[in-house]
Design a protein around this ligand. Structure first.
Ligand code: URA
Length: 209
């Protein structure tokens, strides 16, 4: 678990609790996911390199720090990952966004790719994979495989909530992956929903329940 960070911040816990409540409206849920994502990004970028520059304030010449590489790429796993993109782009307006669409084959239960759109120079960029619910870990593991095949060297996974089963699966395949979570929940149920979780993140974002 050394590569897993649970962002145990009061605001994350507060906002995640509101997300979990079944009476939370879709529009509130969307706002909360955006805000929690920004807080996860804040934690996940703590190690970013900065460079010192000379600036002039209205009062005096000064030195300041700026992020060395302010244009990472955020890759959303469709569909629920879409809810995290705006929160990430708010903090990094120069970043790119990519999208990976996967479905689970009914017979084999293996993830199958149906959509992949990544920036052409993704192999040069730091990458944050956005997958709100790390349940079985199957889709996220496959998405990391795809990113590595595309040449991405630095990948961090951001999830609102994970189940221990998902963490186990993805860290077995990708022990180098850094994972940032809002919470690590108890388990998966028989339908592969995270318990207690928050239900189907895509349905709650887009009102499709
Ligand atoms: N996907 C979700 O949206 N919710 C879960 O609990 C598990 C997978």
């Amino acid at each position: 678990m050394e590569n897993v960070v649970v962002v145990n911040h009061p605001l994350v816990r507060h906002k995640l609790t509101l997300c979990r409540k079944k009476e939370t409206e879709n529009w509130q849920f969307r706002d909360l996911v955006e805000e929690i994502t920004a807080l996860l990004i804040y934690e996940a970028t703590k190690d970013m390199e900065t460079v010192e520059i000379d600036i002039v304030t209205p009062v005096a010449a000064a030195k300041g720090d700026v992020v060395k590489n302010p244009n990472p790429v955020f890759v959303a796993v469709l569909r629920a990952g879409l809810g995290m993109v705006s929160g990430a782009l708010r903090l990094f307006p120069y970043a790119r966004a990519g999208h990976i669409g996967l479905y689970r084959d009914h017979d084999t239960h293996v993830p199958v790719e149906y959509y992949c759109n990544l920036p052409p120079n993704i192999d040069e960029l730091d990458c944050f994979l956005l997958e709100p619910m790390l349940a079985t870990g199957g889709s996220a593991t496959y998405a990391v495989d795809m990113l590595k095949k595309a040449g991405v060297k630095k990948i961090k996974l951001l999830s609102l909530i994970a189940a221990p089963e998902g963490i186990k699966r993805i860290t077995a395949s990708h022990p180098d992956l850094k994972i940032y979570l809002g919470a690590l929940d108890e388990k998966l149920n028989e339908n592969a929903y995270i318990v207690p979780g928050l239900g189907d993140a895509g349905d709650r974002l887009f009102g499709t329940a």
